[in-house]
Design a protein around this ligand. Sequence first.
Ligand code: NAP
Length: 489
Amino acid sequence: MVSRVIPVDPFDLVIFGGTGDLARRKILPGLFRRFCAGQVPSDARIVGAARTDLDSDGYRQMVREALAEFGRDIACDEGTLNGFLDMIQYLAIDARGETGWAELAELMVGKGRVEAFYFSVSPALFGDLAERLQHWGMADEDSRIVVEKPFGHDLASAKELNATLARYFDEKQIYRIDHYLGKETVQNLMAVRFGNMLFEPLWNAQYVDHVQITVAETVGVGGRGEYYDKAGAMRDMVQNHLMQLLCLIAMEPPARFDPDAVRDEKLKVIRSLDPVLPHHIARGQYDAMPGNEAEMPSYREAVDHPRSRTESFIALKTHISNWRWAGTPFYLRTGKRMAARSSEITVIFKDTPHSIFAEDAGRHRNVLSIRLQPNEGITLGVTIKEPGPGGMRLIDVPLDMTFAEALGVDGSDHVDAYERLITDVIRGNQTLFMRGDEVEAAWAWTDPIIEGWEARHDVPKPYDIGSDGPTDSTEMMRRDGREWRKVTP
Ligand code: NAP
């Protein structure tokens, strides 16, 4: 089955930070893929902007190289590539200076179409960009801005950032990206939850034993050491990505699938989260790989901070104090240099109240697993009889709800999270973007946890590279009579 591609209206997209890593790795390849799919009209305009002194030809060459490196999987001929490059131009602009702004304002004059400004730069520049866009008359009602994470590093800074942006743009014009929300499976999760009668009656504390959300990475901190050591796994991953996934799993059915209805429900979940107790948290820092310390240094060496107390791993248990979820634990876990790269949400249902089968027949729980990467998909573990003679023995088999084969969906239909979110920006659909109050509520929950560590001078426990994190994490589960799902690629 070929998916329907509905072209977006012509637009102007300015990428501030157009020479940066994110633009080259995600934004430009994403736009190119949508162009090849026929979704981006050829009279759209893409303007790269940064301080680097380049002309448009030089920038197009840079984009060509970025696409060769990060868009290798995109099947497109040279003519199509040239057509895409023709849409692109470059302006040297300093977010903090006067260079380039008059030229940009002139370029944007009077087209009467959607103007999007992607702030793919350090958050320290968001205010400068917003202020100059307004000063030069580009912050009009047809314009929208896209801002990247991190959105603040605590509640106070997030409030300040929200207040700064609100001086120049209405909330309806601000698109805060969390690329986890752009993943196909995350949206499929909502379709499965709210498009079927089957699950919703069971989706509560009476039938769900617990929920696990794991985002495991095999990479270390890489070149992001300076930023990461100030953030840690809690700020870098839990406050945003894991929190968003938790919201989608736990929220009440919104009245409509529209931006404010969905985001109102997510906000209620965040506001219902209990504070996390210190013994419901396991923090870790990865050790060096014995015998390969040069390529796989310890966290502290990687960030060049021998006494760092920042966590590269965190596991925690939290509860949602509302009628639906009271008593059901939600376990969140994320870390670097773990056994496999894997992001998965798992809903583990309770045992049947009574087994009619012999004790040695075996007993399994239903497990709904929503896998975000790699191999996006949703499976439901169901119990059936093991085929063949030999009496009644029960086995657990996965029911694949991705139906990739049945739908004939293959790699060519693949839509990356970034490209989906960029087309949503152009269409003016904020459903998959975080609202300012959501971000603030998430920080309000996160801040006391981090302040607690700081007050106690908490030191993360070491863990081996390629493991499932420190033993504290396993212990936390064992105390509850549960275990983490194995992290598998
Ligand atoms: P980067 O590689 O350091 O790029 C920064 C960009 O900003 C460059 O194009 C730089 O170009 C431009 N820039 C710096 N100062 C400027 C100024 N005064 N005026 C105009 N442009 C300026 O950073 P990045 O990795 O692309 O990240 C960009 C944003 O996305 C950050 O907020 C980051 O946290 C976020 N993010 C990145 C990733 C990722 O995978 N890279 C993932 C999630 C979020 P010039 O030096 O030429 O000015």
